[in-house]
Design a protein around this ligand. Structure first.
Ligand code: ZN
Length: 433
């Protein structure tokens, strides 16, 4: 246990660094670089060697790390997939809005499905990607930017102006949720305020910035809670805790494998995966095909390899909430600390079936960790995730699973420390077996 707690301190620093999708990918990249993985570019010719460790980045917001198996061309792939994005607020173009007293607020758009009121009264900041002018119009320069200090807050309306606030309070995304970033003395300062702020941080001229993908993030750090540190609380645990577990397993498992180990971290799961860097795109299929081609494999070899493959689609699950036990299925409600959660749905929202659940349960048993089921309460419509979206692109067997979580899509979610350790052990066993 002592030794395993290093996974939890590592998880917390990973969460604190991975404040938006672009920074999650940057943090993973740095970790793969430090562990001997070589970067590959989609536009280059790939020359891979068996046992070689590589990664590919897509759009700065998705990342695919793999260790080429030493088996023959049809040995297959063991894949763990997860997603880099979390619900948040994106800053719109021309975002500056000035109110009385020179109070500057920013126009934003909601990304994914956050629990809106959890974003009030927090010390927020800005992070994301900025595109700068370059000599090649087709390839502007990409720079990441993250302000490490709180810049903003979304102040809630005082209760005195809405006495019924605690009886339920519908929120407008356009009116109620705009963050306040400062106070200006002269209205002339308004235009280009954000561009100047970002340019300053990057040490460039504002005229060099052509466009940006910038989001808000909560600057509050991850921490342990519970008398015996039973729980970990942080923003973005969905799905960065599974990203962290996949990365830990990729790095700690045996590299001397017959099958190719793959960590596939997609973007845009929270908006339906329908982008070029999302799970509905052919990006992973193309990478697996190119690994096959580098071994001299044919199309038939590739399809044989896929037929021998297995995917763990890792996205977090709802733990039974002690204040709302009635929301969950009466006989299958995962608990914090009960181990990895296997997700099942009769209408096939999840890719899990008895065959793939049996595989994953066996992996858990071999790793010495418990496992449990999540099934929706039959009167409650559930969510969907990466698994089935990916199987529309690649003909894979696989299981949908995740860690049990409270307050999914809150600005701060809560999970179990022991579950995270269990899941890293199960993923490592999956890659090793
Ligand atoms: Zn998720």
């Amino acid at each position: 246990m002592e030794n395993s707690m290093r996974y939890i301190s590592d998880l917390m620093s990973f969460m604190d660094n991975s404040v938006v999708n672009f920074y999650a990918v940057k943090t993973i990249r740095e970790r793969l670089d430090a562990n001997g993985f070589k970067v590959l570019y989609a536009a280059d010719k790939w020359e891979l060697t068996p046992g070689g460790k590589y990664y590919v980045v897509k759009n700065n917001s998705a990342i695919f790390g793999f260790v080429v198996g030493k088996g023959d061309v049809a040995a297959g792939y063991k894949i763990i997939s997860a997603h880099s994005d979390s619900p948040c607020f994106r800053i719109k173009p021309n975002p500056e809005m000035v109110s009385d007293g020179g109070i500057m607020k920013l126009n934003t758009e909601v990304y994914g499905g956050p629990i809106l009121y959890t974003w009030f009264d927090r010390p927020l900041s800005i992070a994301g990607r900025v595109m700068l002018r370059s000599d090649d119009p087709l390839h502007p320069e990409t720079r990441l930017v993250k302000f490490d200090r709180p810049l903003m807050t979304i102040p809630h309306l005082a209760i005195h102006f809405n006495r019924a606030v605690n009886e339920g309070n519908p929120l407008s995304r356009q009116k109620d949720m705009l963050p306040i970033i400062g106070q200006i003395n002269n209205i002339a300062e308004k235009n280009g305020y954000i561009l100047r702020l970002v340019a300053d941080e990057l040490g460039v001229n504002p005229s060099e910035i052509i466009d940006f993908d910038l989001s808000l993030y909560d600057t509050t750090k991850a921490c342990l809670v519970g008398v015996n540190n039973e729980f970990v609380t942080s923003g973005r645990l969905d799905d960065l805790s599974m990203v962290h577990a996949a990365m830990a397993a990729l790095l700690e498992s045996d590299d001397d494998c017959e099958m190719t180990k793959v960590m596939a971290i997609f973007d845009n799961e929270e908006t339906g995966s329908g982008t070029k860097q999302g799970a509905a795109s052919p990006v992973l299929d193309h990478i697996l095909r190119r690994i096959n081609a580098s071994k001299g494999g044919s199309e038939d070899d590739y399809l044989r390899a896929v037929a021998r493959s297995f995917m763990v689609s890792a996205d977090n699950a709802h733990a039974v909430h002690p204040n709302y036990v009635e929301k969950q299925d009466p006989t299958n409600h995962p608990v914090l600390g009960g181990g990895p959660v296997i997700k099942i749905n009769a209408n096939c929202k999840y890719m899990t079936d008895a065959d793939s659940a049996a595989v994953f349960k066996t992996v858990c048993e071999r790793a010495g960790v418990p496992s449990q089921y999540f099934v929706n309460h039959s009167d409650v419509a559930g969510g969907s995730t990466l698994g089935n979206i990916l199987t529309s692109q690649i003909d894979l067997r696989g299981v949908d699973m995740g860690a049990a979580l409270w307050a999914m899509h809150s600005a701060r979610e809560t999970a179990s420390t022991i579950d995270h350790i269990y899941i890293i052990k199960a993923f490592t066993e999956f890659f090793n077996c």
